[in-house]
Design a binder for this molecule. Structure first.
Ligand code: GTP
Ligand code: MG
Length: 598
């Protein structure tokens, strides 16, 4: 069995130049975690170039080494103490910090926040403090750095700690530890400072070794956001591995799992770690892979959960606390993207409930938008239902970022699910129907002429649906009916889709299709389309957009996992001729076509 030492992720935050990189460099050097000779090499190089040596240079030197083909991102460093291994994340700004916390591979369990003793508390010092508290990082230490620049003066140190402690208390973070340090000279990092005898608390290393591993993550409900699906074609058996990181909980081979939001169910066949022996069980924090008993089509962003445990919430509306850092404000009439776990969906701001200034913690009343550096409680609505937890249940699946164009512009945490209100979809439909300037031919007149009413038929399944849909169109056409087949792929390149963004195309595909379907069924056609691997939210969206016209959903193929979908008929025979006949029989029973027509 492989015994690995305990690992902890720590993020270092603080205003520009307050000493983040120096602290990290110093910790690496003082714990002997640097490659042999590295320190001397960098020192000699500095001498050669007549530059003053900086501990921060060590990080650059390591980056050069790492860039030679090793898969470590440049913002992470490693050091170890006797107690455990640390991964330390340098977060130069809010965006990097949020990225790491929400979409990055390493999430911090603890934070070091630096304040320059000479410069004092900066606005960003407070913003970072706010973010740490909002994101639910409860283990925090404030390092008051560059004490050498203020002659190790206790009273100036006390003034800073008093002011910052008051700020933290307002955030509900009490008894946070402060340590006076000089990163450049190594005071109170690994060794007790002789320059500050008045300080009797722990050194930085002692303190972080006292941080607790959040072991309760293992006993929380299982959450595994699906990052990727790899296919291996070895020994002629197609092996599909679902890869990602276990955020919380524990799972064993043989366990029953549910994917959210799709609701698809199956069992774990095997746990496939990377370069490790066969495991029968994995827990929180592990990047791993699974093979499943059934081959499921899974969309990006599904969360694998354990059947029988508390499942994530499912909704297209939620209340959240957000921190906005976009240059353009967060407004209600604009589409953004939301990234939560591994998923990405369209999102809109519905309402600003309250807004505060993150540095003053004073409320700003009457705001309808969220400006740069504001923090706000808001209601959001996503284009389709997403699976999430609330921050009190499971932080990892309650944290999200908002992307405006291509930039992360805000981040936040979900407070709770909101019931559906008047969604942008129903607003859109109401406006469309109200303002639709129709011609002088009525639906009744079209029905009389065509001999059938207009309606939509969706043939869905996992392979043969396209052929069947096209054969159906042809058969109906030659029986004299007004019909038209359209593949969703053609509308996916609709005018406002971003072709560079597959996620965006995916999100818009059904919306475009539903709109076109509404028009063509209004024109009296039997509109036929085919969907591969659809999910319930797609079908709901389509039905909404096509109203008041009918939609008939036919599933062809194996009925496994179809119970999560509101399909009208399941046809297990996938031979085209037979299936087309059966669909026509259904149309006849529903009085769409008559016996003499076909
Ligand atoms: P950014 O990455 O640019 O945000 O800066 P940073 O927070 O990483 O700061 P960095 O570690 O690069 O330090 C900034 C400057 O402050 C450097 O010139 C350091 O040598 C100096 N510095 C850091 N710690 C100390 C200290 O304890 N005392 C003194 N006198 N200078 C320090
Ligand atoms: Mg730096």
């Amino acid at each position: 069995m492989i015994t690995t030492k305990e690992q902890m992720n720590i993020v270092v935050v603080g205003h520009v130049d307050h000493g983040k990189s120096t602290v990290i460099g110093r910790l690496l050097a003082d714990t002997g975690s640097l490659p042999q000779g590295k320190l001397d090499k960098v020192k000699i190089q500095c001498e050669k170039n007549a530059r003053v040596f900086e501990y921060a240079f060590l990080l650059d030197a390591l980056k050069d080494e790492q860039s030679q083909g090793i898969t470590i991102d440049s913002a992470r460093c490693f050091f170890k103490t006797k107690k455990r291994d640390y991964i330390i994340i340098d977060a130069p700004g809010h965006v990097e910090f949020l990225k790491n916390m929400v979409s990055g591979a390493t999430r911090a369990e603890a934070a070091l926040l630096l304040i320059d003793a000479h410069e004092g508390i900066a606005e960003n010092s407070k913003r970072h403090g706010y973010l740490i508290s909002m994101l639910g990082i409860r283990q925090l230490v404030i390092l008051v750095n560059k004490m050498d620049l203020i002659e190790f003066d206790k009273s100036r140190y006390d003034t800073i700690t008093r002011e910052y402690d008051a700020f933290l208390s307002k955030l509900g973070m009490n008894s946070v530890v402060f340590i006076p340090i000089s990163a450049r000279h190594g005071d109170n990092l690994a060794a007790v400072s002789t320059a500050m005898p008045w300080y009797t608390g722990p050194t930085v290393l002692q303190l972080i070794d006292s941080f607790e591993k959040q072991s309760e993550d293992n006993v929380k409900p299982f959450r595994f956001p699906v990052q990727d699906i790899y296919k291996f074609t070895e020994l002629k058996n197609d092996k599909r591995i679902i890869a990602g990181t276990v955020e919380t909980g524990t799972i064993k081979t043989g366990d029953a799992v549910v994917f959210m939001p799709s609701g698809k169910r199956t069992f774990i066949t095997s746990i496939e770690g990377f370069n490790e022996k066969v495991q029968l069980q994995v827990s929180a924090g592990r990047a791993t892979g699974f093979t499943l008993k059934d081959e499921l089509f899974l969309k990006h962003g599904e969360i694998m959960c354990r059947d029988g445990e508390v499942l994530p919430q499912l909704s297209n509306r939620f209340r959240a606390n957000i921190f906005w850092m976009g240059h353009a404000p967060l407004v209600t009439h604009k589409k953004y993207k939301l990234k939560l776990g591994t998923g990405k969906v369209q999102v809109r701001l519905v309402k600003v409930i309250s807004c505060i200034d993150a540095t003053e913690l004073s409320s700003i009343s009457g705001k309808k938008q969220v400006d740069r550096h504001d923090v706000a409680e808001c209601i959001f609505e996503t284009g389709k239902p997403i699976a999430f937890d609330t921050i009190e249940q499971i932080a990892a699946t309650a944290r999200f970022v908002i992307v405006d164009n291509y930039d992360i512009a805000g981040g936040g945490i979900i407070l709770r699910k909101e019931e559906n209100g008047t969604s942008w979809l129903s607003q859109h439909i109401a406006i469309r129907e109200r303002t639709w300037d129709k011609g002088k031919v009525s639906s009744a007149e079209r029905l009389t002429r065509n001999g059938h009413r207009g309606m939509a038929i969706i043939v869905c399944g996992e392979g043969k649906q396209h052929d069947i849909a096209k054969d159906l169109e042809k058969t109906l056409f030659y029986a004299g009916l007004q019909t038209y087949f359209m593949s969703p792929d053609i509308v996916s390149t609709g005018i406002d889709s971003d072709l560079n963004d597959p996620g965006d195309i995916e999100a818009n595909r059904i919306a475009h299709l539903g709109e076109v379907s509404r028009i063509l069924t209004d024109a009296g056609l039997i509109f036929i389309t085919a969907l591969r691997d659809t999910d319930e939210s797609d079908l709901l969206l389509y039905r909404e957009l096509n109203k008041p016209n009918e939609v008939l959903v036919i599933w062809v193929g194996s009925s496994f996992n179809v119970e999560t979908l509101s399909v009208d008929h399941i046809l297990s025979d996938t031979t085209s001729n037979k299936t087309v006949r059966t669909i026509i029989d259904i149309l006849r029973t529903n009085n769409v076509v008559t016996d003499y027509q076909i």
